[in-house]
Design a protein around this ligand. Structure first.
Ligand code: ZN
Length: 387
């Protein structure tokens, strides 16, 4: 197959930077091995990155730490820049800063305001405040994860059903002088998971996977060939709003019987509360409280989680059939109930046609760590893509 010379080096450079970031300081020979190219090719790829100050090779600190021959390794130069990640959640928002090699340097959390104008104003003032605190570092990119489909390149949130926000030009409203990437939170979580796999030594062959993020709602992120897949219309992954029950529960998106109304953490709490004494509804019950009750042996809590697990598995069976990607990672709040939802979910997947035809896997991922982490990964990925 013919390869376009102006495309391949860019992809290879990007992959090289990802490898360096995951394993720095890393000797050239190790980069060559993981990248699957000849050492001489690494020399050609690395030179412009060293010249432009993106990478450095070996440091005095590293030499001092070792006795004998100092390690000469490639690292990202992280001292002059920082990136910001913002997880704009339905109830809470986290703003965090990190160096380009992923070290978190500040983090703050606040309740997400009801309207997008106030929320974005608050995010803007948080970023400005931290910029003033870091006069020696230049902000290079902001990554924002949101609970809904986005136009990532335009920096636009298309729709956030749980917040009732439609068509919010987040990047434009922020008015910063740096690129602002707005990404769906399930896709951000998938990018985060991909990075974790690279840290464990995987490269482009890390494998394709589907990340199902179940919290207030359900979002799906898809990784194919070591890259996230967004589809032609930026709305790939909105499986949370596929109908699984005809004429079922009404969804904030306007549809009836959406998957997330039966298998999200919030839907499990709602189901449980609907079956308990309504007089006690004033006390806010969280999903982890429901799991605690199931752990304490409360039958009704266990049955609720079992039902959520079955619905989760039904939806995952559909996702596997639809995408042909059989490796699934569950992420988000629902993971807290893994002990109770795993078996019914597996039973439901195994019952589906694709579950019987192909090998599949379902594993538990992060409960919440991907929230800010995912947004920061979006920023770092953009940095590595554009340097
Ligand atoms: Zn819906």
């Amino acid at each position: 197959m013919a390869k376009l010379p102006n495309v391949v080096p860019t992809q290879t450079t990007r992959e090289l930077l990802r490898i360096v970031r995951a394993a720095q300081p890393i000797p050239r020979v190790a980069v060559a091995r993981r990248l699957g190219v000849h050492r001489r090719r690494i020399t050609v790829l690395v030179k412009p990155l060293l010249d432009s100050g993106v990478l450095r090779e070996g440091t005095p600190e590293q030499s001092a730490r070792r006795v004998g021959r100092p390690p000469i390794g490639l690292s990202l130069r992280a001292e002059n820049h920082f990136l910001v990640g913002v997880n704009l959640g339905v109830s809470q928002t986290q703003v965090g800063g990190a160096t380009v090699d992923g070290r978190v340097i500040f983090e703050e959390t606040f309740e997400t305001p009801r309207d997008p104008e106030t929320a974005i104003a608050q995010i803007r003032s948080s970023i400005h405040r931290h910029q003033r605190d870091l006069p020696d570092r230049e902000l290079t990119v902001v990554g924002i994860s949101v609970a809904g489909p986005t136009d990532a390149d335009e920096g636009r949130l298309l729709y956030a059903p749980h917040q009732g926000w439609r068509d919010v030009p987040v990047a434009k409203m922020l008015g910063l002088k740096v690129p602002v990437i707005v990404e769906n939170n399930a896709t951000a979580a998938a990018i985060y998971e991909l990075q974790r796999r690279r840290h464990r030594g995987a490269t482009r062959t890390a494998g394709d996977f589907v990340l199902v993020r179940a919290g207030t709602g359900i979002g799906v992120g898809l990784v194919v060939g070591g890259e996230v897949f967004r589809g032609a219309t930026d709305i790939a992954g909105e499986f949370g709003h596929m109908t699984i029950v005809a004429g079922g529960k009404s969804c904030p998106c306007g549809n009836l019987g959406c998957w997330e109304r039966y298998a999200s953490a919030a839907s499990a709490v709602e189901l449980y509360r609907g079956e308990t004494n309504r007089a006690r509804h004033n006390s806010p019950l969280r999903f982890i409280d429901l799991v605690a009750r199931a752990n304490a042996g409360e039958r009704r809590a266990q049955v609720t989680l079992d039902r959520a697990g079955t619905h989760l598995g039904i939806g995952i069976g559909n996702v596997i059939c639809g995408l042909g990607v059989p490796h699934v990672i569950l992420s988000g709040d629902l993971v807290h109930g893994w002990k109770f939802i795993e078996a019914p979910a597996r039973t439901a997947i195994a019952r589906s046609l694709c579950g019987r035809l192909s090998e599949w896997s379902l594993v538990a991922g992060e409960t919440h760590g991907s929230e800010l982490g995912g947004a920061l990964e979006v920023a770092i990925e953009h940095y590595l893509l554009t340097v």
